[in-house]
Design a protein around this ligand. Structure first.
Ligand code: ZN
Length: 89
């Protein structure tokens, strides 16, 4: 049986269970919250602009700029999320 250390009371308990045997707090709650945050980031992240090769030169240039800004924006959001999760825990 795989045992995990409860992050609430510090006792080792059955890792296959969702709740601690000793304090009845939810196990793996950290994993859940991190996954939720990642999902939120993915939802916030805008879909990248599609660049059509038939677009005129100016439109393609503009779309390249938009895509670059989106990349920076997405990176910033994920960095903020990572910083927030490391401060909380
Ligand atoms: Zn516990």
């Amino acid at each position: 049986v795989k045992e995990v250390k409860c992050e609430h009371c510090g006792f080792w308990t059955n890792g296959l269970q969702t709740h601690c045997n000793y304090c009845a707090q939810m196990l793996h709650s950290r994993d859940f919250s991190e996954r939720e945050q990642l999902e939120k980031v993915e939802l916030k992240g805008l879909p990248f602009v599609k660049i059509n090769p038939e677009d005129p030169f100016i439109t393609r240039g503009f779309k390249h700029c938009v895509r670059f800004l989106q990349l920076i924006f997405t990176t910033l959001i994920s960095m903020i999320a990572a910083m927030a999760s490391s401060t909380v825990h």
